[in-house]
Design a protein around this ligand. Structure first.
Ligand code: 9D3
Length: 482
């Protein structure tokens, strides 16, 4: 990440950034700092950069031309790839910086920060160059320099390689609008104060529950305002062979560190009515079968009930196409009280081919999933004040059900140990407990039974469809989101 800072006091920025963790990162080259002294671009023989305000009043105003030339020197520095870098003016009149904005800014390659001094900067140059107005809080500073330092510090923590593994920004509390639980180290007793009992024993589940309880209690006491913004996240997924589940988990992990998962692959859970309040977020994830949602005895997600609850839909597909799946999901969930605020179609390994979607989601996919998570957080914040907006997605919400040619399944009874794994795991109850035969009318061709068969008694032959897919759809597709 490259930071360009336009300022009258470059040494203030240099000193702060070249210290501690950001200093280490600048040395390594994971971030770089380029300060530009606006005074070097004075158009006045006395090197003056400010003047009296038109209309009178106290204080001085920074002239437009030196600021413009300083900005231009940076804009020209870059290979002109067409688009201007985001230029952030630090001002008490800006949007107050928060963690979502910090994460969003961290995804840029380059940022230009403009620091004002005196009463401010001539409005016309701001109109010309500034893309974002940012404040760091509701108190008065003497200038924008310290605010720029704060922004650089906070943004740098999200630049890959700036923090060590241990310091990682990946899993932290502000993400969930909850304060952190209290920490303890040795000795076990200090000034007659005991370390809480639960932490001394190794029960991980109990420790996690205790920490969550303390986080909530602490937030209630010290920052009740944050609790209102806290939005429990539930990820409901249908994933017979694990591909959808993986994509859903990666995305969910970028959104929250306290997710609840509903595995709708299990028939029992699909039958349960589950209600969501408007304060929650639902992520609904399903695989694409022939361009549509898999057909189960009851439509997928049919028992989820919202109350103006925001939701994000995810259709995971094996590199051919998601076709109507996102549209189906959106329609279904919106009829059940949800508002679809986002949709994404990640690529996962195809069940009938080891080539299509191989290794997906990969590193590039993770970046896109992260980007969509940050975008989702932005939409949630906006929705809190302005109401949620339903997103447009491509596809037919009511397609004719597609009759897919069943894939030939093989069964070697000599290898079968009758462990019943396939019977129990089959998401649509299509395998007979007694005969182990597959009921063609129910079978999804999801190949879950093949995957769970430890004895390798079950297999399938999809050579024809695989041939077809691999000749037509081998070029890796990029994740799309809406
Ligand atoms: C009431 C008129 N002015 C006060 C003397 C307004 C004013 C102008 C410039 C107030 C502060 C500043 C300097 N501050 C910043 O440039 C600044 C800032 C801040 O003061 N608080 C929070 N965030 C920021 S970002 C930049």
């Amino acid at each position: 990440m490259k930071f360009h800072v336009l300022t009258l006091f470059p040494e203030m920025i240099e000193n702060a950034v070249h210290t501690s963790i950001t200093g280490r990162a600048a040395k390594k080259g994971t971030i770089s700092l380029n300060t530009v002294n606006i005074r070097d671009f004075s158009v006045n023989k006395h090197m003056r950069v400010d003047d009296y305000p038109y209309g009178g009043g106290a204080g001085m105003v920074m002239e437009p031309e030196p600021v413009y030339r300083a900005w231009k020197s940076v804009a020209d520095l870059r290979e002109n790839n067409g688009k201007k870098p985001r230029c952030i003016y630090l001002t008490p009149q800006g949007k107050v910086l928060n963690q979502t904005l910090v994460e969003e800014l961290a995804m840029e390659e380059e940022l230009v920060l403009l620091c004002g001094h005196y009463e401010g900067i001539d409005e016309r140059v701001l109109e010309e160059v500034v893309t974002d107005y940012v404040s760091i809080g509701d108190y008065v500073l003497t200038g924008g320099e310290l605010a720029a330092c704060v922004l650089i510090d906070a943004v740098s923590r999200f630049v890959p390689g700036v923090l060590s593994n241990e310091e990682s920004s990946q899993f932290e509390s502000i993400q969930d609008n909850l304060l952190e639980y209290p920490h303890y180290t040795r000795p076990e007793v200090w000034k007659n104060r005991q370390v809480p009992e639960v932490l001394l024993k190794g029960d991980h589940k109990k420790i996690q529950a205790w920490r969550m309880e303390k986080s909530l209690e602490r937030t209630r006491q010290r920052r009740p305002d944050l609790l209102e913004k806290n939005r429990p996240v539930t990820t409901a997924f249908f994933s017979p062979t694990g591909g959808t589940r993986k994509a859903a988990e990666i995305f969910t992990g970028y959104l929250t560190q306290n997710p609840r998962y509903l595995d709708l692959t299990r028939r029992k859970l699909r039958k349960k009515k589950i209600r969501f309040s408007s304060r929650e977020l639902l992520i609904a994830a399903a695989p694409v079968y022939g361009g549509q949602l898999p057909v189960t005895e009851e439509p997928l997600f049919a028992n989820l009930q919202g109350e103006g609850t925001p939701c994000v839909v995810m259709a995971a597909y094996g590199n051919r196409h998601y076709d109507d799946t996102l549209a189906q999901m959106k329609k279904r969930l919106e009829e059940q009280g949800f508002i679809c605020i986002g949709a994404i179609a990640p690529v996962i390994p195809h069940i009938y081919s080891s080539v299509l979607g191989k290794g997906r989601p990969d590193e590039e996919d993770r970046k896109i999933l992260k980007k969509f998570a940050v975008e989702t957080k932005k939409r949630l914040e906006k929705g809190r004040t302005e109401g949620f907006a339903s997103v447009q997605v491509p596809g037919n919400p009511d397609p004719e059900p597609k009759q897919m040619k069943p894939v030939k399944k093989t069964f070697d009874s000599a290898l079968c140990t009758n462990c019943q794994s396939c019977v129990q795991k089959c998401p649509v109850n299509a395998i007979s407990q007694e005969t182990l035969e597959i009921r063609g009318d129910r079978c999804l061709n999801c190949m879950c039974c093949v995957k769970v068969c430890k004895a390798k008694a079950r297999g399938y032959d999809c050579s024809q469809v695989r041939q077809y897919l691999e000749t037509h759809y081998s070029t890796p597709r990029k994740i799309e989101f809406f």
